[in-house]
Write a protein that binds this ligand. Structure first.
Ligand SMILES: C[S@@+](CC[C@H](N)C(=O)[O-])C[C@H]1O[C@@H](n2cnc3c(N)ncnc32)[C@H](O)[C@@H]1O
Length: 267
């Protein structure tokens, strides 16, 4: 990978951390950590850690940074994660081939990554493999797009102004909304006591402009979709009107979200 490519990944990851994490992902770290019942001294793996928001939350519960490992394939994400929590073990790799021996961790957690894995079943089998017997997992995935109307509207806007690749990048996080499918995916991989709980959240971006810019600059490039400045400006202007109903009196873009939290144990 060239220096320029790595720098582009770091810039996108910084935008992700500054724009997306506080507005959208931050509130779910404690929810997933609670669902995983993390105890002091446990060894915990965060799969698809991104810039590490969940791993940092886990750290406050395990007590020691060296007990927490964050894994992600994206070098830019890991670089930002490293800067924010240098003591955690940040490891580059894929969920489908975890670079750890069998029975390494007490807990495996993951939030909002599963939908992007190219082989989800293999990734879940890998999570099972690296857990100790009796170990616990908690995975968060977004509910269906129709249950998060603000993003359904954003997808429709992008489809109209930027085409299918940009719209699909924003649609991609919402493809695992079916609770029964999720349960079967985890139980089929060998987890026992699999449960799916649906939790409501609230996203809050400083404005519609920031909400959409977060996707255009902080998310689309992560999936390899890069728009021109002219396209970005056109979409941002149109979004002010198209997403007006989510603007609260202080100018913030605030809207309901919904996520499924899947939990289970290794037999
Ligand atoms: C929406 S981000 C979520 C990041 C983080 N968990 C959070 O809550 O902010 C999705 C992450 O999945 C990672 N990812 C994509 N494919 C992956 C794979 N096959 N294995 C592991 N991580 C993957 C991406 O690099 C990205 O960091």
């Amino acid at each position: 990978m060239t220096h320029a490519t790595i720098q582009a990944q770091i810039d996108a990851a910084k935008a992700y951390e500054d724009l997306m994490v506080p507005a959208l992902f931050g509130e779910w770290g404690p929810v997933v950590a609670d669902a995983a019942h993390i105890q002091t001294g446990q060894r915990v793996l965060d799969v698809a850690c991104g810039t590490g928001v969940l791993a940092r939350g886990v750290l406050s519960r395990t007590g020691k940074a060296e007990f927490v490992t964050g894994l992600d394939p994206n070098a830019g994400m890991l670089e930002v994660a490293r800067q924010l929590a240098p003591g955690v073990e940040w490891q580059q790799g894929l969920a489908e081939s975890l670079p750890f021996p069998d029975a390494t961790f007490d807990v495996v957690v993951s939030q909002f990554g599963l939908m992007f894995f190219h082989d989800r079943s293999e990734a879940i089998r890998e999570a099972l493999r690296v857990l100790k017997p009796g170990g616990r997992m908690a995975f968060a995935v977004w509910d269906s797009l129709e249950n998060i109307p603000a993003y359904a509207d954003a997808v429709a806007l992008l489809e109209r102004l930027a085409g299918a690749p940009a719209a699909n990048a924003v649609r991609a996080p919402f493809v695992l909304g079916d609770r029964r499918d999720l349960e079967m995916l985890f139980a089929g991989a060998g987890f026992k006591s699999v449960e799916v709980a649906t939790r409501k959240g609230v996203a809050r971006f400083p404005s519609v402009r920031v909400m959409v810019e977060a996707d255009l600059r902080g998310w689309l490039p992560v999936l390899g979709v890069v728009l021109t400045e002219e396209q970005i400006e056109g979409i941002l202007q149109a979004a002010e009107h198209a997403l007006q109903q989510y603007v609260s009196s202080d100018g913030a873009a605030s809207f309901a979200t919904s996520a499924h939290i899947v939990t289970g144990m290794k037999p």
